[in-house]
Design a protein around this ligand. Structure first.
Ligand code: DGT
Ligand code: CA
Length: 588
């Protein structure tokens, strides 16, 4: 699939053109890039089917851009892109990834201070050279330094949603080797942590060298960092490290337990083993005479230690080990009495799937697919409902929907629901929360919608009391059902807003507003630890993919992972509801 490569070229062309102060072209390239990025079909297949004409059917792709796609498919290069790149020092366009630095400022810094890359930028900011320039203020320099920190943090770890498919591809490739008896993802990726430092993969095989040799020869291996008899580390072309370990089958369960972690969870387990006069390692559980007494399966390992099986998402040493000591089986939290749990010390019966997606965009705002296409894709997944929540009118850059168009959309959804069988479209909106906590549509409009989700898309840096009051007021509107991406964090771009979470949870509970886990890979907002605090207070959680195309719907599993890390049972998650229950809940 060459879609990501082609989209990346157009995104970079847009950036370079913008730095050169070229009008409208950057927008055109970005539009095409976004459309290609979110296509579910391979661009190459589209081209093979109908050539240039077929490419031009992609939204945002005109004749000129279609020709560039053709050139790339035929030659692996786009001459216009190469030329543009040469016109600026390499590294300069990467400056635009630093939050708070637009193309104009980046170009000015290049011209005045010869800043050619992120390193130069950091040096100049630390030496206070930037604030001395005529158009730059001290505050700008401070913001650049802050932006650099966020940028660097974003590079250290990869979002779960990017790493997971890369790891799954590797697992699929290695599975084909006949020596591989068992294979699994381990580490933070198996625990569904929102970002990962690297990809850990574990294999059970007798002939480990064969497996290692195949691993280092995978097509997406950029360089080999280490290669031994039973383990190897490589750097992948996608920019993330991948570690492989090979163990004998009789140790696979112990190795899975050990390499899934977390480290803190493992340390606690080792203490329990010692208390039972046993030794726990990645090779198994051994008695005082060094005889292996468990280790082929993970279940066996936990059982031998006197514990119930603990799901990977819970293994953070935050109460799960004590809960697993209980003789009582995992249970649903009693929804009527949130205090019932975790005081009783039982493991939660974690949510495992959902009946619908509650945050999706269509061509009405900035999505790539029509409402009908989104609905059919949701039906194919097996959902009972899908909420189409396009942006509201003030979200101009995302083609926010005017009142007039929203009324049309309501009619269209009514027609569609009569036509479609087995899936219900909930007509909604992702309504902007304005600076004072009021909403972007009047109540007269909001009450016509099936579902109202609200979100902050501006003025993220308000002081704590102001932003909290803004959110609390917005949730008091009687038509609001869900607060989307509550903290507005964005990996590599924006930190969480400064919110008083106790006040937020209280307002959510009092107003029957669910807090969202937005599982778009760069967001993953609300984060796991906050989700856990919220549900312990009896707040409901909604999982939304924030899909901008049918292929984004697959992000749901990431959100379910975060919900599980937040100790969520089915009852905590509103999109676990059946259609009937959902309609009832939406009426408040
Ligand atoms: P990451 O990579 O930072 O996203 O997080 P992890 O948990 O994948 O950490 P990683 O890759 O360093 O190690 C994988 C697992 O190996 C970790 O979850 C637990 C285990 N492990 C690593 N170092 C230690 C250690 O010093 N002691 C123990 N008991 N386990 C360790
Ligand atoms: Ca790891």
């Amino acid at each position: 699939m060459k879609n990501p490569e082609i989209a990346a070229i157009f995104f970079e062309m847009a950036d370079i053109l913008e730095m050169k102060n070229v009008d409208w072209k950057p927008m055109a390239y970005r539009k095409a890039a976004r459309a290609i990025e979110s296509l579910s079909e391979d661009v190459e297949d589209i081209y093979n089917k109908g050539g240039l004409k077929e490419l031009e059917e992609i939204p945002g792709v005109g004749e000129k851009i279609a020709e560039k796609i053709e050139e790339f498919l035929k030659t692996g290069k786009v001459k216009g892109y190469e030329k543009l790149k040469k016109s600026l020092p390499s590294g300069l366009s990467a400056l635009l990834e630093v939050p708070g630095l637009g193309p104009k400022k980046a170009m000015a810094l290049y011209k005045k201070l010869k800043i050619k890359n992120v390193k130069d930028l950091e040096k100049a900011a630390l030496k206070h050279e930037i604030s001395k320039l005529p158009l730059f203020k001290e505050k700008t320099e401070e913001n650049i330094l802050k932006g650099l920190e966020i940028f660097k943090k974003g590079k250290e770890r990869m979002p779960l949603g990017f790493a997971l498919p890369i790891a799954e591809n590797i697992v699929e490739s290695l599975k084909k080797i006949k020596e591989v008896e068992k294979i699994s993802i381990a580490g933070s990726l198996r625990r569904m942590k929102d970002t990962v430092k690297d990809i850990d993969i574990l294999v059970a095989a007798e002939n480990s060298l064969k497996v290692i040799n195949a691993f280092v020869a995978l097509p997406n291996v950029k360089s080999v960092i280490a290669k031994g008899d039973t383990k190897s580390s490589v750097l992948l072309k996608e920019g993330v490290q991948c570690d492989l370990r090979v163990v004998p089958l009789k140790s696979f369960g112990s190795a899975m337990q050990y390499f899934t972690g977390s480290k803190d969870h493992n340390i606690e387990l080792r203490k329990i083993a010692i208390g039972k006069k046993l030794k726990l390692s990645e090779y198994g559980i051994f008695d005082l005479k060094e005889r292996q007494v468990a280790g082929k399966t993970e279940e066996e390992v936990y059982k031998k230690l006197g514990l119930r099986y603990i799901e990977p998402e819970l293994r953070e040493n935050t109460g799960e080990i004590d809960a697993a000591k209980s003789s009582k089986p995992a249970e649903f939290r009693d929804a009527g009495n949130p205090k019932d749990f975790p005081e009783k010390g039982k493991l939660p019966l974690l949510v495992s799937n959902v009946n619908g997606d509650l945050h999706c965009h269509s061509t009405y705002s900035d999505g790539a697919n029509t409402i009908e296409e989104m609905a059919l894709a949701a039906k194919k997944i097996g959902y009972s409902y899908i909420a189409i929540t396009d942006h509201s009118k003030s979200e101009k850059i995302a083609n926010g929907v005017s009142e007039e168009r929203l009324l049309k959309k309501i009619e269209e959804v009514k027609r569609l629901n009569k036509k479609l069988k087995g899936i219900r479209v909930l007509c909604g909106s992702e309504v902007n929360i304005l600076d004072d906590g009021s909403l972007d549509y009047s109540d007269d409009i909001l009450k016509k919608l099936d579902i109202v989700i609200i979100a902050v898309h501006s003025r993220f840096n308000m002081p704590k009391e102001k932003i909290t009051a803004r959110l609390v007021k917005s949730m008091q509107n009687p038509y609001v059902n869900i607060l989307a991406h509550p903290t507005t964090r964005h990996f590599g771009k924006r930190e969480e807003m400064n919110i008083d979470f106790d006040a937020l949870f209280k307002a959510a509970k009092e107003n029957n507003v669910a807090l969202e886990i937005d599982c778009y890979p760069e967001r993953m907002d609300l984060r796991d630890t906050l989700v856990r605090k919220a549900v312990e207070k009896g707040v409901k959680i909604s999982i939304g993919t924030d899909s901008h195309s049918v292929s984004d719907l697959q992000f749901m599993r990431l959100g379910v992972g975060i919900a599980r890390r937040g100790w969520c049972c089915k009852k905590d998650i509103v999109n676990s509801y059946s259609l009937k229950e959902m309609v009832k809940w939406l009426k408040k």
